[in-house]
Design a protein around this ligand. Sequence first.
Ligand SMILES: Cc1ncc(COP(=O)(O)O)c(C=O)c1O
Length: 475
Amino acid sequence: MLSRLLRNTIHLMTRQLSAFNKRRQQRLPLPDPRMWGVDVRDNHLAFGDVLLEDLAKQYGTPLMIFNRERLLLDALSIQTALDQKINGSRALVSYKTTPIPGVLQELHSAGLGAEVISPYELWLACKLGVPGEKIVYNGVNKDPDSLELAVQHGVLAINVDAVEEVAALKLAVKKVGRKANVGVRLGFNETSQFGLSVKSGEAFEVAKLLASDNENFNFNCIHFNATSGARNSKTHIHYALKALDFMKALLAETGATVPYLDIGGGIGVPTSKQMSGIEFVLSRALQIVPLPPDHGDFEPIEHFLDNVVQKIEDKCGALQMPLPKLLMEPGRFVTSRAGILLTKIRSRKERTNDVTFLIGEAGKLNLTLPMDFQYHEIFDIKRAQAPRNKSFSIVGRVCTTADWTVRMKLLPSGLSQGDILAIMDAGAYFTAFSNSFAFPRPPVIIVDERGGVTEIRRRETYADLVGCDTISALL
Ligand SMILES: Cc1ncc(COP(=O)(O)O)c(C=O)c1O
């Protein structure tokens, strides 16, 4: 009796939540693919004359596609503005965000430098021919070999993140026989593990040590990375001003003028967003789909940089200090919108309580992890602007209920086997978090402005998956 009552209550609640989800999403305007630099041809998604459907036929699915025009638009909007505002300033692409050499190479050709956070990434930047003066080495895991490589390659700044790195750096300098360009990462947030604590004075002590050791070091940089997904310049300005106070104190104490201020990444993308704490809890516990970001909330990048630079100039004037050149290391702002993940629906299953599953080729356990905590738009590539009138739970193909992509998402009702979904803003962090849990990883292609397509990463094979195994059956 009690269990029937409970079942009925759950049933009723589920139906009401489902209706609530549907009503909220139905009130939204249909998303416009042009926000991602994608055209619509007879309701089909396309880049110019190249239909996404044809790319899926040619390269198979799942498939990661990069739109070169969009990529360069976003990258150059930062690089050009920075350089115009303070000569010699530079945008660096954060390697960890999109670790795909073909994409990184495009960005380097457009003039961006490299921000690396691991020995592998440093090695990759050297392999891709990035000159030392365009590389910044950050991160919490700088092993001795990588420090030697960084010193040898003359990277612009090795930003010290922990006290222990100072001795390791001195050793690297001695071994290589060349001075190291160094900086410090300021840790403003006492609850995170990153950087040297500003509050305790640790950062200042290390900076003094480095800045006064002219035999081993050129003190080149003050760095912080204090936020993520910023919609406006407030947080960057707040911490940039604190960093300038730090520089002024260092100048007073040691006589050292620091040529670069690295204000980190953390610029938000107007087409995607980090869920708030409440949205995250509601999406997990009650399957309430978060709403898309409001584009109007985002300060255009030119204004963002204007504001930051203006405040830095004012502050340097007030402190009677030379203006440092700026470094920025945006990740998602540069690559997020340019990437689209295509995933084909393998089957459709109707279940009770209005639940309809679309079983596809991408779930969060191997391909869409960022969707666990971020909002991402989805299109049916052949019904791009069809009315959205049915809620679907889109799941992946690993055999666990944890492998979902999004639940209760409103999409055109006819979706079924063979249809292809485009998951937008897949350019940042999707590849970094992807893995080969039961299935090989997809190829990556890049489409240029004239419709030319280049495969920059082939599809992983079964042989790739066992490539490091040494048992004789596989050799
Ligand atoms: C050191 C460093 N650089 C760059 C980034 C890129 O951040 P985003 O993708 O938010 O711009 C991060 C993000 O966590 C970071 O920690």
